[in-house]
Design a protein around this ligand. Structure first.
Ligand code: PHE
Length: 468
């Protein structure tokens, strides 16, 4: 196992498919199912969604390819990979800061991500107990009205002790897989569970399309109203695209280092972005029909997925079982993402301090536990705490929202701008072309996007989003 006894030897993915699945596993997670619908609802629907798709294609995809290629060339943790590309290009190794910033951001995200992972564990528990009570006949939550189902999440939020316990439980599971190392831990989850997840999710979406208010959901999600495309909405959409694709935080650089020379990174990036966006849109199409049919508020915040889907499971045949299966799958999707969030700082610690993998894992985990507890308590005991009250766009944010906002709306776009400048202008073009796996017109488009379009558009959105 890599890192055992402090060895720095790197292990790789066992096959090309395993790398793709693991990278898709990193991308597809709570970002798609929990964060995308909540952000779409908070930002008014269509304008956000369409701008998000635009961001994935024109910014996310080129940045994704840039990140995995840095990783594969560098064959190390993110900061060291960046330094190696810089060294091989006769540029300053100070660019390593790009990787370090990313590692730090991944650590911050990990801490609050595990809080939401805890909610998923809670719903698994809810459906297990429901299955025992109602059995396989009929839907879930027999005899309970919609208000009681909606109240499940707010009730959990009110219970600080349980929130903290679930958060730490989810973090511990993540630590377990990362401590076991790449091929035995992370890959297993990605290879066996991701495909299963796709199938179940598709089935639930199709069911929702027939039973919920599908047409209203479609028009809400896909009607473009230019007047709603404010700076705030644009920054939220860029942030969501980065969050969902695991970009700007060294995650994809770290995974790129485990890809073999034979992997075509251009094609792989297309597959990752395509799969990730498909799942996000499926999530929107599964959740919003229920939101509208059940009269929930589209902008009800981070609980949207958790409050809406159980209502649909109540109406479905064998609903408790489907609910249990669904949340189990969400759990695994979340785990393959949290594992990648933990892997970025862990790989760095192993390399920098020559630690054994389990020791590095636990050290990072302890830090994430502290921030995680503060995030979990921001729904109850610390609800009034505004850590970034002095920054206007984060003035209303509690600890959890502040971490989420700062990482997606500052760290990620800034990391991506630096990555584009580095790959587009600083790194040796021959080195880059040797890695990227694309040629002809596609290559020219990619290069123009990385050199000009992405840094410019991102800078404008960042400034407009913060100050506009
Ligand atoms: N992309 C993951 C998701 O959508 C979250 C993530 C962000 C993972 C950044 C790694 C790095 O759930």
């Amino acid at each position: 196992m890599a890192g055992a006894a402090g060895s720095k030897a790197r292990e790789g993915w066992s096959s090309r498919t395993a790398f793709i699945l693991a990278a898709v596993g990193s991308a597809v997670g709570l970002g798609n199912m929990w964060r995308f619908p909540a952000e779409a609802g908070a930002n008014g629907g269509g304008a956000f969604v369409l701008f998000y798709i635009f961001c994935v294609l024109l910014i996310g995809l080129p940045v994704l390819l840039s990140e995995v290629l840095i990783g594969r060339h560098g064959q190390s943790s993110a900061p060291e990979s960046v330094r190696r590309v810089a060294r091989d290009s006769n540029a300053s190794t100070g660019w390593g800061i790009l990787g370090s910033l990313g590692v730090f951001a991944a650590f911050l995200i990990l801490s609050f991500y595990c809080v939401v992972g805890g909610w998923v564990l809670y719903y698994i528990g809810v459906f297990v107990s429901d299955l025992f009570q109602t059995g396989l006949s009929g839907g879930a939550f027999e005899g309970r009205d919609v208000d009681e189902i909606k109240a499940l999440l707010p009730d959990l939020f009110g219970n600080g002790g349980l929130m903290v316990g679930l958060n730490l439980g989810f973090l511990a599971l993540t630590l377990f897989f990362v401590a076991r190392g790449i091929s035995s831990g992370i890959e297993w989850v990605a290879v066996y569970l991701m495909p299963l997840f796709f199938v179940l999710f598709l089935a639930i979406t199709i069911y929702g399309a027939f039973t919920g208010d599908f047409s209203q959901a479609v028009s809400y999600l896909f009607t473009f109203d230019a007047s709603k495309l404010t700076g705030k909405v644009m920054l939220a959409a860029v942030g969501q695209a980065f969050f969902s694709l695991s970009l700007g935080v060294a995650g994809m650089m770290t995974y790129g280092a485990y890809a073999s020379r034979e992997t075509n990174l251009g094609k792989t990036s297309g597959i990752i972005a395509g799969a990730d966006t498909a799942v996000a849109l499926l999530a929107g199409l599964a959740i919003f029909p229920i939101v509208f049919a059940a009269g929930l508020a589209a902008n009800s915040g981070p609980g949207l997925m958790f409050e809406s889907l159980p209502i649909a499971f109540q109406a479905m045949p064998v609903g408790s079982l489907i609910g249990l299966l669904f949340f189990t799958m969400v759990f695994f999707a979340a785990l393959t993402s949290s594992v990648s969030l933990l892997e970025a700082p862990t790989a760095y610690m192993i390399e920098k301090f020559n630690l054994a993998r389990p020791v590095a894992t636990i050290t990072v985990g302890l830090g994430a536990a502290v921030l995680g507890v503060l995030s979990a308590l921001s729904f109850n005991e610390l609800a009034e705490f505004r850590p970034l009250g002095f920054i206007p766009i984060f003035a209303e944010a509690n600890f959890f929202d502040a971490l989420d906002g700062v990482t997606a709306k500052l760290f990620m776009p800034i990391g991506a701008i630096l990555t584009c400048i580095f790959v587009g202008w600083i790194a040796d073009a021959r080195l880059i072309d040797d890695e990227n796996g694309i040629d002809g017109l596609l290559h020219q488009i990619w290069r123009a996007l990385v050199r000009f379009v992405c840094p410019l558009v991102l800078s404008v959105i960042l400034i407009y989003g913060i100050f506009g």
